[in-house]
Structures are given as C-alpha cells and as structure tokens.
Write a protein that binds this ligand. Structure first.
Ligand code: NDP
Ligand code: MG
Ligand code: MG
Length: 332
C-alpha cells in the first residue's frame, strides 16, 4: 500500500529555515518559486543573463540571480530547467557551488535515474514532483488547494532528507492534496511510460488514427474532429471524476456495449506487447540515450514530427473550429 502524507505530517518550518534556489522559471519553476515565497520561504530564482523568463520572475516580485549565484547562496537547490539541459547546468553552475549538507531537488528523476547527474556523497538528493502541469499547481495553491505530489529521496546524506522533501511539498500546497512516497526509479520509469504509451503518445495516435479512418471513408473532417478529438475531453472528465464506471454510467447503453466489444479489438494483445517493449526500452536506458542524442543533434527528427503533425488535417480542421468556440482556447 502506498504511503501517503498530508499537511499534518509535514513541518513547514524546516523549509522556512533554509535558503531555496529555484533554477528555471517555466511551467514548474514559476509555480514552485511563487508558492514557496507565499509560504514564507526565502527564495531566489536562478536564470541566465538574457533568459526570456527573467522579466516575468522580476515582475512577479522575485529576486533573480544567475544559476551559479543562486546555487552558491542557497542550501536547497531545485532544478526546474528542461531535462535535457540539466546535466550541463549541473556541471557549470551547481556542482562548483555544492557544499556538504546542501540538498539537490528535482521535479522529475530523469537525470539521476539515468546517471547524467552524479551528485557528491555529502548532499541530500530529493524529488518533489507535482502530478500536474505547473500552471495548475500555482492556481490550486492560490485557491487554497493543491496538486498531489510524489516525493522521493535518492540519497539521504543528512539523515533528514525526507522530512525536508515533505516540508518543501507543503510549501507548494502538495500536502493539502496528498504526497505519495516513491523512488527516483519508479517515478522516472512510470512517468516516461505513462506519457509515451497512454497520455501523450497513445492518446494522440488513437485520435489521429480514428480521425483518418473516418475522413478516408469520406466523412467530413469537421464531424470526424468532433467525434474523435473534441468529445474525448468530455469522456476523460467523467473518468477523472468517477473512473471507467462513471463514464459508462453517463454514456448510452449502445456506447457502453461498443466500448466492451470494440475497445479490446483496437487496443489488443499486440498493443500490449508493444507497450512492454516500450517499457523495457525505458528501463534499460535506450529511450533516454536516444532522446539525449536527438537533443544534442539540434532536434532534427523532433522538428520534423512537429511540423508534420501541425500540418495534419486534424490540426488544421481543429484550428478553424476552435475559433468558433470562444470558450475553448489556448491558455498560458
Ligand atoms: P519549462 O520548459 O516550462 O521551463 C524551463 C525554464 O528553464 C525556463 O524558465 C527557461 O528559461 C529556464 N532555463 C533554460 N535554460 C536554463 C539555464 N541554462 N539555466 C537556468 N534556467 C534555464 O520546464 P518545465 O517546468 O516543464 O520542466 C522543469 C522540470 O519539471 C523538468 O524536470 C520536468 O520534467 C519537470 N516537470 C514538469 C512538469 C510540467 O508541468 N511541465 C510536470 C512535472 C515535472 P527561458 O525562458 O530563458 O527559456
Ligand atoms: Mg513527464
Ligand atoms: Mg457519439
């Protein structure tokens, strides 16, 4: 059974007694820095000179210094820069400024799990990873709620790394919703698998294949868009609220019957065998190695895939239809 921790299990004064550096001010960075500050924590944001995020962090009342200065001042360093550049930021700005007793924090275990970052023995290595996008983390905090977090300790040099991680999680509202204890290995592998097989990769491939099947059979792209993409949100909202059961309670009996008999024909034994291969390639480091190589080469394939999907009829159709639905739109 998972170990869960709530507000009463966490002591906010621990993190209030430390000096925190938040490196990066993107989706997660802004949420952590602002909410920690509002929780009475001494926070500075670390961003390079010329970073686009600098003005925003300063406007929002935070003190911004370079990543190296932030790491030198602080004794808790949260690394919230993009995963593929964390190792470089670590070598250049963090490692030279780490002292025994400092704590190195991450929002995702990628670089520790796959060995791209190897912290020295005298430093606590912790993770606090909200299970939601950064903008929601911040909004929930401001509304007195929180996004559930997972917390892990990879290296407990001081003997008090986990209470420190829980205290940090409390500072961003995580213990209001619940914090689950995990490991860097479990978090990294399940996170990569979930986003590839189900959430991002699986869902977008399913939507595209369904859309293409209808359009190739001669149906109007607009109808196919609503059927295969737009309505998915309504279905997923029901699953989120009450599992598969609530979704099936709400749809028609015909839809429920089709769910039972057709779902397993679409996602079948072959799909699951491929999922197992995907998981193996995550576990043995193949995915991480390939992704770092692609990033290092300047993202040639990544940009090709991005462009191809942006020009796909599903996307061009959706862009037009969403203009007519003022309540559906981009959010920053
Ligand atoms: P973003 O891409 O949203 O933001 C990255 C930030 O890092 C930007 O502010 C960027 O500044 C800054 N940055 C870029 N280079 C450097 C550098 N050399 N030194 C310091 N800062 C730099 O990242 P995310 O918030 O999405 O991801 C951060 C971490 O959080 C990752 O480990 C990710 O896996 C994890 N995570 C993310 C989630 C999410 O909701 N997105 C969910 C859970 C975990 P600039 O404006 O100049 O580009
Ligand atoms: Mg992820
Ligand atoms: Mg229908």
């Amino acid at each position: 059974m998972a170990e869960l921790f709530y507000d009463d299990d966490a002591d906010l004064s621990i993190i209030q007694g430390r000096k925190v550096a938040v490196l990066g001010y993107g989706s997660q960075g802004h949420a952590h820095a602002l909410s920690l500050r509002d929780s009475g924590v001494d926070v500075r944001v670390g961003l390079p000179e010329g970073s686009k995020s600098r003005a925003k962090a300063e406007e929002q009342g935070l003190r911004v210094v370079t990543p190296a200065e932030a790491a030198a001042e602080a004794d808790v360093i949260m690394v919230l820069v993009p995963d593929p550049i964390q190792a470089k930021v670590y070598e250049e700005s963090i490692a030279p400024n780490l002292k025994d007793g400092d704590a190195l924090f991450f929002g995702h275990g990628f670089n520790i799990r796959f060995g791209f970052i190897k912290p020295p023995a005298g430093v606590d290595v912790c993770m606090v990873a909200p299970k939601g996008p950064g903008h929601l983390v911040r909004r929930q905090f401001e509304e007195g709620r929180g996004v559930p977090c997972i917390a892990a300790v990879e290296q407990d040099a001081t003997g008090s790394a986990f209470p420190l991680a829980l205290s940090y999680a409390k500072g961003i509202g995580g213990t209001r919703a619940g914090v689950i204890k995990t490991t860097f290995t479990e978090e990294t592998e399940t996170d990569l698998f979930g986003e590839q097989a189900v959430l991002c990769g699986g869902a977008s491939a399913l939507v595209k294949a369904g859309f293409e099947t209808l359009v190739e059979a001669g149906y109007q792209p607009e109808i196919a868009y609503f059927e295969c993409l737009h309505e998915l949100k309504l279905i997923v909202d029901l699953m989120y609220e009450g599992g598969l059961g609530k979704m099936r309670w709400s749809v028609s009996e015909t839809a429920e019957w089709g769910d039972y008999v057709t779902g397993p024909r679409i996602i079948n034994e072959n799909t699951k065998a491929e999922m197992k291969k995907v998981l193996t390639e995550i576990q043995d480091g193949t995915f991480a190695k390939n992704w770092m190589a692609e990033y290092g080469a300047g993202l040639p394939k990544y940009n090709e895939y991005k462009k191809a999907d942006s020009d796909h009829l599903l996307e061009t159709t959706g862009r037009e239809l969403r203009k007519l639905m003022s309540w559906v739109g981009d959010e920053d």
